[in-house]
Design a protein around this ligand. Structure first.
Ligand SMILES: Cc1cc2nc3c(=O)[nH]c(=O)nc-3n(C[C@H](O)[C@H](O)[C@H](O)COP(=O)(O)OP(=O)(O)OC[C@H]3O[C@@H](n4cnc5c(N)ncnc54)[C@H](O)[C@@H]3O)c2cc1C
Length: 375
């Protein structure tokens, strides 16, 4: 059922082949849920994804947005942590793929693609989340280097990443025009993991602290002051892929809901035979398909070289909010089992929540769409 949409004209044969091969790989290598040692699990997932050849799609000269979305949708359907592991390799190295120098690309991208180096994307700060331009972490010139001072918070892969794509204020102009992007290797003197952060759907997350941390000028991506542009170009690709991951979670919830409805006996029939259940399933299916259309429109449009700021925002807004509703309906169909720890729908319910907040909260997506309409 889940591969049928690949017949849509958004896709080429290479995408259908990718989806079929990936599904076969996931069925063998992944299962829902995770153990207690999330750090170790993430590292081994990155290695497995590298060995499977899947991470190649997250890096390189010509990023295929549809391929990235198919990967995230499929991985999320099987295992949220596998999707997270894939996404972070792409998000953390995306700026190097899109705007890095030849030396930067050679040094980092092959290791990311093989799953030998883990990457992270460090934009948010304790007092600068949605309001990125309020960023305070600074980078001041010091000979052939920059000295980093300040904090970054809510950084996925924080504590296990080998390098961080970090944004800091270099002060060429006020607000978002005075920010630059750097590749910062883990373990540099003056760089510490100040706090590990625990969230409802566990994944590695940390607050980072920099005290006179010396980063060579050769580690800058783009020109001084171009950091905001670097961040936005990266997010234009990966924002759509957050929507794709939500779509994968929603598809899994619909599958689980259907299974439960058909199997659960009540009132001398099955739950599925009750009209209210059919209405619920219909709503879930409509939401899944409309999210899929928005996700792959944005992905296709970007692959045609078009600007996708509005379309990516629409896809993220609708797919994340829609997935939350679909998953909630699946929990409801499961009754008490729906909130029992270890149940698939229970973990989906926790996993989807943060996607409505990160890479631009839903309200930020609404602003982007509204402003674009009024242009
Ligand atoms: C699990 C997780 C992983 C993350 N990973 C990363 C990462 O790897 N790298 C990174 O840099 N950051 C990461 N983040 C941070 C994330 O991007 C921020 O949490 C997000 O941008 C929101 O910022 P904030 O938490 O400071 O909330 P605030 O900016 O304080 O916003 C709070 C709420 O205000 C509302 N809001 C925001 N803007 C508006 C508006 N214009 N109008 C009305 N309401 C509004 C929204 O509902 C929002 O949720 C992660 C966050 C989470 C939860």
């Amino acid at each position: 059922m889940h591969l049928k949409h690949l017949e849509w004209p958004f896709f080429e044969d290479k995408h259908r082949k990718l989806a079929a091969e990936l599904n076969a790989w996931c069925a063998v290598h992944l299962q829902h849920g995770h153990g207690d040692d999330i750090d170790a699990e993430c590292k081994s997932l990155v290695k497995a994804l590298g060995q499977g050849g899947w991470l190649i799609h997250a890096v390189g000269d010509a990023i295929d947005t549809r391929a990235i979305c198919i990967l995230r949708e499929t991985l999320a359907r099987y295992n949220g942590l596998a999707d997270f592991a894939f996404a972070m390799q792409g998000l953390g190295s995306g700026a190097i793929s899109l705007m890095g120098t030849q030396a930067q690309r050679e040094r980092y991208l092959p290791r990311v693609a093989r799953g030998e180096a883990l990457s992270a994307f460090a934009l948010s700060e304790p007092d600068a989340g949605s309001d990125v331009a309020a960023m305070q972490c600074s980078a001041t010139e010091d000979g052939e280097a920059y000295l980093l001072n300040g904090e970054k918070s809510w950084i996925s892969n924080g504590g296990i990443a080998d390098f961080y794509l970090l944004f800091a204020r270099t002060g060429e102009a006020p607000g978002s025009r005075g920010i630059s992007a750097f590749i910062v290797d883990a373990g540099l003197p003056g760089f510490e993991i100040a706090e590990r952060i625990h969230v409802i759907a566990p994944h590695p997350l940390a607050r980072l602290k920099f005290t006179n941390c010396r980063v060579p000028k050769s580690q800058m991506i783009g020109a001084p002051g171009e950091g905001f542009k670097v961040a936005m170009r990266t997010l234009d690709v990966f924002r759509t892929s957050v929507a794709a991951a939500s779509l994968g979670f929603a598809r899994r919830a619909l599958e689980e809901g259907l299974k439960q409805a058909k199997g659960r006996k009540m009132f001398g029939a099955t739950l599925a035979e009750l009209p209210l259940t059919q209405a619920k399933l219909a709503d879930m299916a409509c939401t899944v398909d409309s999210s899929a259309l928005l996700v792959y429109r944005a992905a296709w449009q970007r692959d045609q070289g078009q600007v996708v700021t509005r379309e990516a925002a629409m896809a993220k807004l609708m797919a994340t909010e829609g997935a939350q509703r679909v998953i909630d309906a699946a929990v409801q169909l499961h009754g008490g089992r729906g909130v029992q720890s270890g149940e698939i729908v229970e973990s989906l319910y926790r996993e989807i929540r943060a996607l409505r907040i990160y890479e631009g909260a839903s309200e930020v997506q609404q602003l982007i769409i509204g402003r674009d309409l009024l242009k």
